[in-house]
Design a protein around this ligand. Structure first.
Ligand code: ATP
Length: 359
């Protein structure tokens, strides 16, 4: 069992005043893949290093597999790590690089060979086992680092931006490989990234961090679909969620949004009749029409960007810039006025004063 339980973890680096982690409590289930995501400096790496035992907390505890490891050094925590720099040894062949941790643990040679062969097979490195790192592609080198980490068969695998040195195509290929691999391993994984796509596609759950705190934790698509506040909506997803000021109204017994001088129907009103709100809506939940209607928002097309699978429009709605994702069949040109409908089930409301979601 390799459940990770963090309790009230506080870390302030010497000579600084900011809490790099600010009272973080978190439970990662045995075998779970948790992704930590957030902007630069929000404390992702610090949290990972606290779990690893590479930093010690000012307050709080770390339990791994039911054992309090807060005061134990990294090597006694039964975990392995892959870091951004993926430091593999240039003078060692791939085979020795992968087996390094096992040799350090004084494992018998036949057992090392067996495990290295198995990890190489999983990561498609069998053909390059006798090469030196300089003779590998970037993607292969990254896979060597991952192989070296998984081969020790620790209960916990910590990964800090392990794909950061790869180009976009390799990243995508590797993401798929990693996902397939993780299904076979059953290891508890904590994975740090600031890449949207990785955050959404890899984890069982994603924890969005800001200024040393976890601001939302949940299954990736749930967090994407219902961001807890405007920060999360703006951070997770490309393009970010659109936000527009509006007023909630009841007319003829129906809930409506008074938005850009139009009345947009809402499924329900809650207790907020007459309140000013911020409407959050994703680019793919807006639809473009050429014909006006009372519940559609007039918008002027400013930029047209084909992305291959779709077209991304930047439009102006009552002086605000809004992103709309439309099918490639849409014909819209710069300067044209179009009319947007909003998927009522996908409209999220936020309190303009606090930026927090209104339930
Ligand atoms: P990035 O995505 O840029 O790697 P991060 O989310 O991993 O960022 P951390 O590296 O954990 O963030 O940093 C959290 C905070 O702690 C930041 O304010 C950072 O400046 C500070 N910090 C990190 N390491 C140190 C250190 N060794 N000494 C002093 N301050 C540090």
């Amino acid at each position: 069992m390799a459940e990770i339980v963090l309790h009230d973890l506080v870390k302030t680096y010497p000579g600084t005043k900011v809490r790099a982690t600010d009272d973080i409590s978190l439970r990662v289930a045995d075998g779970e893949f948790l992704v930590l995501v957030g902007p630069s400096g929000c404390g992702k790496t610090t949290l990972l290093r606290l779990i690893a035992g590479l930093e010690s907390p000012d307050a709080g505890t770390v339990h791994i597999g039911g054992r309090d490891v807060t005061d134990l050094p990294a090597r006694q925590r039964n975990l392995s790590m892959v870091f951004q720099s993926y430091a593999i040894f240039p003078h060692l062949r791939v085979r020795q690089n992968i087996g390094f941790g096992l040799a350090m643990r004084l494992m018998p040679k036949p057992e090392i060979d067996r495990r290295v062969a198995e990890a190489a097979e999983l990561l498609d490195l069998t053909d390059v086992l006798d090469r030196h790192p300089a003779q590998l592609s970037g993607g292969q080198r990254q896979r060597v680092a991952v192989a070296r980490a998984i081969v020790v068969d620790a209960g916990v695998l910590l990964m800090d931006e392990p794909l950061s040195n790869l180009d976009a195509l390799l990243r995508m290929q590797f993401r798929t490989e990693l996902k397939r691999l993780v299904g076979k391993l059953g290891t508890t994984i904590v994975y740090v990234t600031h890449d949207q796509a990785e955050a959404l596609s890899l984890g069982d759950r994603v924890a969005v961090m800001r200024q040393g705190r976890i601001v939302q934790l949940g299954p990736p698509l749930q967090v994407y679909d219902a961001p807890a506040d405007e920060f999360v909506g703006g951070f997770l997803g490309a393009p970010p969620m659109n936000f527009l000021p509006a007023r909630l109204e009841r007319s003829a017994g129906r809930a409506r949004l008074h938005l850009a001088d139009r009345m947009v129907p809402l499924p329900h009103l809650g207790a907020y009749n007459g309140a000013s709100v911020t409407v959050g809506i994703r680019a793919e939940n807006l639809e473009v029409h050429n014909v006006d209607a009372p519940d559609r928002l007039p918008a002027r097309v400013e930029v047209v960007e084909p992305t291959g699978a779709a077209i991304l429009l930047t439009v102006d709605v009552a002086g605000r810039s809004v992103k709309v994702q439309t099918p490639t069949t849409t014909t819209a040109s710069v300067g044209q006025v179009v009319f947007l409908s909003l998927d009522p089930d996908r409209i999220r409301l936020y309190d303009p004063a606090t930026s927090v979601a209104i339930p």
